[in-house]
Design a protein around this ligand. Sequence first.
Ligand code: MG
Ligand code: MG
Length: 258
Amino acid sequence: MIYIKTDEEVEIQRQSSLLVGKTLAEVAKIIKPGIKTIELDKVAESYIRDNGAAPGFKGYGGFPATLCISVNDEVVHGIPGNRELIDGDIVSIDCGTYMNGFYGDSAYTFAVGEVEDEVLLLLERTKESLYLGIEQAIVGKRIGDIGYAVQKYVESFGYSVVRDLVGHGVGRNLHEKPEIPNHGRRGSGVKLKSGMCLAIEPMINLGVKDVLQDNDGWTIRTTDKKPSAHFEHNVVVRNGKADILSTFKYIEEVLKNK
Ligand code: MG
Ligand code: MG
């Protein structure tokens, strides 16, 4: 079943989703060549706890950390550790929070130092595809309209859409129905209703769409070793225009002043 959230529930969820954006801004302040990914994770966990919430991913299905940190050809679900980021890396950082009974779940892909233009474009266009998907998250549209919008845009640049992982409903559970693929047919799938809370999260590859899982049981990476980008927002379906609960505002203020 797909939950329809009351306005009151949506406001509680908004607080959780906003906290993710603020946490990612703390990460943005310190991300640079030479930093270990585990150091980013520690900062995020402390910040979340200091703000009266719990990390949403830690312990979820056995995941050991606060952040999913996925570098270059890693698509999602990378485990923080002693890897040092280097100049030219791109890093998807996915963060979850749990506060007052609701989850926030949002992701941003960062450029570390000087990144190749071709890869910077992948980041920019993946983020744009997220907003094109969000434009479809309105009453009267269907799930397939979201995926269609994302896919049409990114494939026009020769990129490919990861099929094995999808967006999802979000609320009292981190992953709720419906699934939200980043590819699809217009007018297909579940009809969207006001009050549905969705995590929309395009995962877009510079090369082929195929991915595989590492032996660590978590990390998903591209089979051709080419880079992949990932951006995620939480939104509520409304009439005419979706309400975006999470935000990149704090992250981008930090990045602008770096
Ligand atoms: Mg996420
Ligand atoms: Mg998600």
